[in-house]
Design a protein around this ligand. Structure first.
Ligand code: UD1
Ligand code: CA
Length: 460
């Protein structure tokens, strides 16, 4: 028994009022479509047809980026309804060689692989098996109308339903398993004679009743559709909760899950601690026993074992084992702290390496710089890396001591174990072990304060 999936992702999502197609809106680090595709991935179906239309190129690219074997995009040029969308897949010949068709809407990010597998497993001889749910507020959904014997008779869309049908709380989730032949036959017969003037997929259900309909009642929290941004936020909360629960079960301490935001593809090792206000995004990885937060955002950043990042923002950075970052530190792309290094308060670092056990403790800008090991960069040091046209490199050797408020005008090298005097503007290379001082000699004017006071008292 071979099964193809058809993912419906051609609609605009009018209720989003967005230039971006609905299925590309993101929650917990993935597009809505990607969540659906990730639920399909473990089923290893031989074909996953993704019906694209509105924003076709972008949606196709997002689908293909999932890297799922057997994924085939097909274009529904005009969005004439959910039934028409499946028909486009059938007319393209993409369902010819399968026995069953699993339909999943692209706007149902809460669906899980287990639930889809259960739907496929229970489908015996029925022409169609609907995934349904019982909702406290079923408004907007198609209602599942059952006959006197309790079997499914048809699905009626909210806008086409009678008052009595609207009172039904069992809804169609838009996830179905169909036997291919009767599905394709009924798709050819669809009309758009309804409130929305569309070819509804739900209209194939009634004609299949004679051939046997089955339904699987799913928990509401697995099937909610996302039709506007309020529902997007609600789905995001559920998905983030799942991500955090999985991390906690695997040994990560999350002090306040309601105030912690971790994207689905982030990895966090056991004994790491995520404090409130932590946002981990994109391809971020946090190592064993590392501590992140409070109030820290890490994007595409690696934090190695035992490192600490507090009250900070890092994008595309690497924080080595046992290194410390923050508070109030900005690590930009290419910032790399080696083992035991430190980037302290009000420090910005980009495209630079801070070597093992080296410290940039306070109020500094480090750009396009290589710092060796065991160096100390005094407070308010600035690498002057930009001349208005080009960026230039600074090199600071092992064990160097850069004095506070040093301007390092790049390109420049401070040698190993070299010193710079506080307040110096360093424009020439400093040899290994040397001291470079660049500032006016200090003048001392004795008795100045008293003379000044006397002038004031005389009214001068
Ligand atoms: C649909 C169902 C409804 C069900 C609800 C569950 C129909 C007619 N209605 O309503 O019974 O309760 O889902 O969430 O099927 N799409 C296309 N091409 C089109 C139209 C839609 O690909 O021409 C895609 C959309 O992008 C979307 C999905 O199909 O991902 C569902 O469409 P949507 O407009 O959201 O349907 P609902 O009104 O939610
Ligand atoms: Ca929908």
């Amino acid at each position: 028994m071979t099964t193809a999936a058809v993912v419906l992702a051609a609609g605009k999502g009018t209720r989003f009022h967005s230039d971006l197609p609905k299925v590309l809106h993101r929650v917990a680090g993935r597009s809505l479509l990607r969540w659906v595709l990730e639920a399909l991935r473990p089923l290893n179906l031989p074909r996953v047809v993704v019906v694209v239309g509105h924003g076709a190129e972008a949606v196709r690219a997002d689908a293909e980026a999932a890297g799922i074997d057997g994924l085939v995009p097909v274009v529904q040029a005009e969005q004439r309804g959910t039934g028409h969308a499946v028909r486009v897949a059938a007319d393209a010949g993409l369902l010819d060689d399968v026995d069953d068709v699993l339909v999943v809407p692209g706007d149902a990010p809460l669906v899980t692989a287990d639930l889809l597998a259960e739907l496929l497993d229970r489908s015996g001889d029925a022409a169609a098996t609907l995934l349904t749910a019982s909702l406290v507020d079923p408004s907007g959904y198609g209602r599942v109308v059952r006959g006197a014997d309790g079997t499914v008779a048809c699905v009626v869309e909210d806008r086409d339903a009678t008052a009595a049908q609207r009172a039904i709380t069992e809804v169609n989730t838009s996830v179905y398993r169909f036997a291919r032949a009767p599905l394709v036959r009924e798709l050819q017969r669809l009309t758009s004679d309804n409130a929305q003037g569309e070819q509804y997929l739900t209209d194939v259900v009634a004609p299949l009743a004679a051939a046997g309909l089955d339904a699987l009642l799913a928990p509401a929290e697995l099937v909610a559709g996302v039709n506007d941004r309020a529902e997007l936020a609600a789905a995001g909360a559920v998905l983030r909760g799942r991500v955090l629960t999985a991390l906690m079960r695997a040994g990560v301490t999350v002090v306040d899950p309601a105030a912690t935001y971790v994207d689905a593809d982030v990895t966090v090792a056991a004994d790491a601690v995520l404090l409130p206000g932590t946002h981990l995004e994109g391809a971020t990885a946090v190592g064993r026993a590392a501590t992140v937060g409070p109030d820290t955002r890490l994007v595409d950043t690696t934090v190695a074992d035992g490192a600490t990042v507090t009250y900070s923002l890092a994008v595309g950075a690497f924080v080595g084992p046992g290194a410390t970052v923050g508070p109030f530190t900005y690590l930009r792309p290419g910032a790399r702290l080696e083992r035991g290094a430190k980037a302290g308060a009000f420090v910005e670092i980009k495209q630079s390496t801070v070597g093992e056990n080296s410290k940039v403790p306070h109020l500094s800008y480090v750009g396009d710089t290589t710092i060796g090991r065991d160096a100390n960069i005094g407070a308010a040091t600035v690498t002057v890396n930009y001349d208005g046209y080009r960026k230039h490199k600074t090199v600071i050797g092992d064990g160097a001591r850069v004095g506070s408020d040093t301007m390092l005008v790049a390109p420049v090298t401070v040698g190993a174990r070299a010193y710079t005097g506080a307040g110096s503007v360093i424009t020439k290379d400093v040899p290994d072990g040397a001291l470079a001082v660049e500032r006016g000699e200090q003048r001392v004017v004795e008795g100045y304060a008293d003379r000044r006071r006397q002038r004031h008292d005389r009214g001068e």
